[in-house]
Design a protein around this ligand. Sequence first.
Ligand code: C5P
Length: 229
Amino acid sequence: MFDSVIVPLDVSSYGEAIALVDRLPEVGFWKVGLELFVAAGPEILKYLKGKQKRIFLDLKFHDIPNTVAGACRSARDYEVDLLTMHAVAGSRAMSAAKEALGDSPTKLIAITVLTSLNSDDLANELKIPLDLAGFAQHMAGLTQASGLDGAVCSPHEVASLRQKCGQDFTLVCPGVRPTWSQAGDQQRVMTPAQAIAEGANYLVIGRPITQATDPVAAWQKIQTEIAAI
Ligand code: C5P
């Protein structure tokens, strides 16, 4: 089955990570982020590969072109499915990173704008003279022009980015919540079925699954909702 739901391993040790993977055997695509990678290193990637899982390595590289290219060359050996960097590193860094991945099957996708930033932060702290949606659109365009494979975006931006960047551009959305779950600290949420219908390729859904009383049942309920679109 095509895995459109990616579950984040938002834990801080190898032991907790493998316990979560074992608890949810049906999940085929896991996200490893900074917290777990800094704590557990590449061992967790080997473990996931050994279980034939797909991997989203969300390390959000942001540095000068030479350094992000080096990081991508090192990451190439892991043969992960998705790898992230920040679009605000600029087009030269993005092109260098993509070139460093060479003919690797790893898709390199960019964070357009962190969803923790609001319009006020953009205008007053970062002094960016565009509204959030306009800035996200601009950064997605720069990402695509730099040769990257896709972007991470809010489900509320998916429809416009899909239109702007076309069908071959991979769009990955966090900030997704089934109607029956708590929004938590996610502010602008959308249901899994809506986000897929708007044009997302992948959804990153964490707490509604991992913190559910019955994670397996929550996972299956989401799969059923998506299948019904
Ligand atoms: O538990 P929840 O579904 O909110 O988890 C979403 C995951 O996606 C977390 O790993 C979070 O760090 C990540 N994420 C996000 N918003 C972004 C980028 C990543 O929530 N803009």
